[in-house]
Design a protein around this ligand. Structure first.
Ligand code: BGC
Length: 761
């Protein structure tokens, strides 16, 4: 129905109308075609709240927007590792998008946290592509269940803010396929976002906005994306090239300049009008999907929606905080005595990040007010700001006042972290430190009152040189508008923390494998660390970290047992079921996030020590046990073969690791995976004897050559080391060299050609 209607519309549109539809009317609205009944629709940010501006439009989050619910930002959402919860958040976002008559909310962002300094890490989910992809699926399906669209961004390899609108990201295909593309791939395949937003940057020399391989070959053809591709705001380079590459919608408006270029290209016969029609089809399809929503669904009452969504924001915040350290059960705090809340964030929370995602919250809870409400007369809360939240300079008078409060109190809670001038869209951090005014507080207060808990508000990892001076640290990321209520409930044990880190907190910035190539020079950044991003890098280098990927504590404890695999040997396409029992061995209810990693025990290419391939979250009462079940598929075992350009599984043993974090592996089991032989390997004159010695047809001949040469080069009194060296050198011998080394006795030119023919047939 929709298809015919749209095709008819396209046939009735003039060339100018069609070209016009391919760019915005203004900052946030698409054009309509009034005479044909095509309405104007609005798209707007995103991702963790709706930023609808009525006037004063900008993509920097500067001008006012309508009240909307501010959910925890991407980093926190991913710390929940909770697919269902992401779905609920998405649904709430979708409701607000619909209530405010917006067709598409611009998010989620699934760019990989390549380096902890990226200014926008707070908006993104993870350093791990599997976790990022799963979170995006929940988010997108939730939003779109409300009949409005999402914009999966920023496609692709947009992992820094330095030179963000122009930098050329240089990255090899295996790294793209294994690290930077899979979150997009999963989201597209499992959730079909209405739109995908192309990144500002270039990828291997071509702007993402005009990258045909990326936008058409991979996104549309390989992954089957049915929606449209929109530019990031202002990401267009050559409009016609972009259209031909598969970029449908340019945002914001180009004042008609680029529309005219499209018209001219068609008129001059430089671009087939069918290319334009295809693009218009996808744009109209999106517009009419939204029209259908408006026709079929009842209008929503904004006030009511916002009131309900605050509760969703609260529920969400509770799941996103990560208990990093809790020595001798410092937390939860008892609801008694005198407690000093120190740090301006207790009163003026830092609950969201700066830039285009910055929204106007419908309500704001402070930890101070929430604590006073929760505790009533049972405990006294003292408050001292300790620092000026708008400045990173130490204010001695504020420090003295804070020390005074700490002296008077039985215990202290310190609210510190990063300020907007330390991390934001638009620039990267230069170090992992927090403002000196915050770190000084930790030093001063912990010296006076060792009974101190640190509550962190920051969107990305920080260093903690003071860590051993405090018994407890609660990471709250940027927790959204219900942050205050959630913090207080967790601090005083009305709820139990269950979040786990979706990223590594390194000990030192220099330990991150991208350190030498971040953010590159003014034109280019080369991802030379390849696939060894985040824990994949720290594991390979066997580095100590501050807190590992996947880490997070609870007020209870969990035991893992009975890891079982559905088979001890499988074929690569069989799939494998992994079962595991988790028991709550503590005295309060809690949730545990179980992580399933896979390790390839032997491989012809370098592979990570382990990779996350599944996870699950389970709620357990004290003493309760449950068996969790996970499915691993072919991709869980595969790598992207750099030369054969495809996902390959190599026969051999794989270890399945069940962990409470990437560095707290509790159970392991082994499976043998049998893969079909690769029939498309191209053998050459440089192919080595060792590579073909097990080949079903020519293997015998290869072995014969190896033993012949071994005999030739062997001496009876050879030492073990010499024998070892000789054997390795023979296995390393390329076929072409066998001819000269054996003076053609074992292999001559003709035989070599014949052998290669057999191998390649
Ligand atoms: C950001 C996008 C955002 C857009 C619109 C751009 O600068 O990179 O994430 O959606 O502006 O505000």
């Amino acid at each position: 129905m929709m298809k015919e209607k749209i095709e008819k519309l396209i046939s009735e549109m003039t060339l100018e109308e069609k070209a016009g539809l391919c760019s915005g009317k203004d900052f946030w609205n698409l054009k309509g075609v009034e005479r044909l009944g095509v309405p104007e629709v609005m798209v707007t940010d995103g991702p963790h709240g709706l930023r609808k501006q009525r006037e004063g439009a900008d993509h920097l989050g500067l001008n006012a927007s309508v009240p909307a619910t501010c959910f925890p930002s991407g980093a926190g959402l991913a710390a929940s590792w909770d697919r269902e919860l992401l779905g609920e958040v998405g649904k709430a976002l979708g409701r607000e998008t619909r209530a405010y008559d917006v067709a598409v909310i611009l998010g989620p962002g699934v760019n990989i946290k390549r380096n902890p300094l990226c200014g926008r890490n707070f908006e993104y989910f993870s350093e791990d592509p599997y976790l990022a992809g799963e979170m995006a699926v929940g988010h997108i399906n939730g939003v779109q269940s409300e009949g409005v669209g999402t914009s999966l961004k920023h496609f692709a390899a947009n992992n820094q803010e330095a030179n963000r609108m122009s930098v050329d990201t240089v990255v090899d295909e295996r790294t793209l396929r294994e690290i930077y593309l899979p979150a997009f791939e999963t989201a597209v395949k499992k959730a079909q976002p209405w739109t995908v937003m192309c990144a500002y940057n270039k990828l291997n020399g071509t702007y993402a906005s005009e990258h045909k391989w990326l936008l058409t070959d991979i996104l549309k053809e390989e992954w089957g994306h049915e929606g449209l591709v929109v530019t990031d705001w202002g990401a267009i380079n050559e409009r016609v090239d972009a259209l031909e590459a598969g970029l449908e919608l340019e945002m914001p408006a180009s004042s008609g300049i680029n529309d005219a270029k499209i018209v001219a290209a068609v008129k001059a016969g430089e671009m087939d009008e069918a290319v334009l029609d295809r693009s218009v089809y996808r744009i109209l399809h999106m517009i009419f999907k939204y029209v259908k929503t408006k026709e079929e669904r009842e209008a929503l009452d904004v006030e009511k929606v916002l009131a309900e969504d605050h509760e969703v924001a609260m529920k969400t915040a509770l799941e996103t905080f990560v208990l990093l350290k809790n020595e001798e059960n410092q937390l939860p705090l008892k609801k008694e005595g005198t407690i000093a809340f120190i740090g301006a964030f207790a009163e003026k929370p830092r609950y969201q990040g700066g830039g285009s995602s910055h929204i106007n919250p419908s309500r704001m809870d402070s930890a101070l007010t929430e604590a006073r409400n929760l505790l009533g007369d049972s405990a006294e809360i003292l408050y001292a700001p300790g620092y000026d939240p708008a400045s990173s300079d130490v204010d001695e008078a504020l420090i003295e006042e804070a020390k005074e409060a700490a002296r008077k109190a039985d215990k202290a809670v310190l609210f510190i972290g990063l300020t907007d001038s330390f991390e934001s869209e638009g620039f990267d951090r230069t170090h992992l430190g927090i403002p000196e005014s915050h770190s000084r507080l930790v030093e001063e207060i912990s010296a006076i009152n060792p009974d101190v808990t640190v509550v962190l508000s920051n969107g990305s990892p920080i260093e903690m040189p003071w860590l051993n001076k405090v018994p407890a640290v609660l990471e709250t990321y940027l927790g959204g508008q219900a942050w205050g209520g959630a913090v207080v409930r967790l601090l005083f044990g009305d709820a139990n923390p269950s979040g786990k880190l979706p990223e590594t907190f390194p000990l030192r910035l220099q330990d991150n494998t991208s350190h030498l190539n971040f953010p590159g020079d003014e034109n280019t950044v080369e991802y030379r660390e390849g696939i060894f991003v985040g824990y994949r890098g720290h594991d390979a280098l066997e580095q100590e970290v501050l807190f590992p990927f996947g880490h997070g504590l609870s007020y209870t404890s969990f035991e893992y047992s009975d890891l079982k695999l559905s088979a001890s040997e499988i074929d690569e396409n069989d799939g494998l079921k992994v079962e595991l029992t988790v028991t709550n061995t503590g005295s309060v209810a809690g949730k545990e996030i179980v992580q399933i990693y896979v390790r390839d025990e032997e491989s012809s290419v370098q592979r990570p020590v382990k990779e996350l391939k599944q996870f699950g979250k389970v709620e357990l009462q004290p003493g309760e046990s449950r068996t969790l079940s996970f499915e691993l598929d072919r991709r869980s075992f595969a790598f992207w073969h750099p030369r054969l350009s495809g996902w390959r599984v190599e026969s051999g043993d794989f270890t399945i690791l069940a962990g409470a974090s990437s560095r707290d592996i509790r159970q392991t089991a082994t499976v043998r995976v049998n893969a079909a032989p690769w029939t498309d390997v191209v053998y050459q004159r440089s192919t080595r004897l060792g590579q073909i010695k097990d080949h079903p047809v020519v293997g015998e001949k290869a072995k014969e050559m190896i033993s012949f040469m071994s005999a030739q080069f062997s001496a009876p009194d050879m030492e073990e080391a010499e024998r070892l060296m000789m054997e390795s050198m023979i296995a390393e011998m390329p076929l072409k060299s066998v001819i000269s080394f054996t003076a053609g006795q074992l292999l001559n030119e003709e035989q070599l050609v014949q052998m290669l023919e057999t191998l390649n047939s």
